[in-house]
Write a protein that binds this ligand. Sequence first.
Ligand SMILES: [Zn+2]
Length: 182
Amino acid sequence: MKPAAPLKYLGAYAPALQAQVCELIAQDRLGEYLSSRYQATHQVSNDKALRLAALELKDRFMRNTPPLDKVVYDSKLQVLRDALGTHTTVSRVQGQRLKSSREIRVATVFRDAPAEFLKMILVHELAHLKESDHNKAFYQLCTHMAPDYHQLELDLRLYLTFLECGKAKRTPDLRPSDKGFQ
Ligand SMILES: [Zn+2]
């Protein structure tokens, strides 16, 4: 069965899995699947909180990498372009020195997403501080920081798919909670 809209977030997954997702969409049950697994939104609602969340993960798992200069939400970010956020190393001349700036930008859509998804994005972008490609070492680092990384990435892609096909419809019933970011 061909989906009405192509599953652009799921292109790298097996056809059988994509067919299953089409089935869920056709039955209008994708939101139900997501809300059964992810209930909480998070309180990382501004750049300051985002930076703290990133630094907390970095201090815990990647203490030896150079400091981050900037961590921000970016409303102009195209979610799909580099999987989901961007990490950049910008070289700029400051005075006489060439200083390398390390930035993490997170698409604004994750400000309102479940906590687990924001964590997954931060883990992904932090892992890029060490590995620029999506290679084996990169994913090892991701699963070191978030053992269920692969499941989270799949579910996050399902969430984006859901938002896209339900744009004029409804969003998943993710009950707000005062649970902080963990
Ligand atoms: Zn990436």
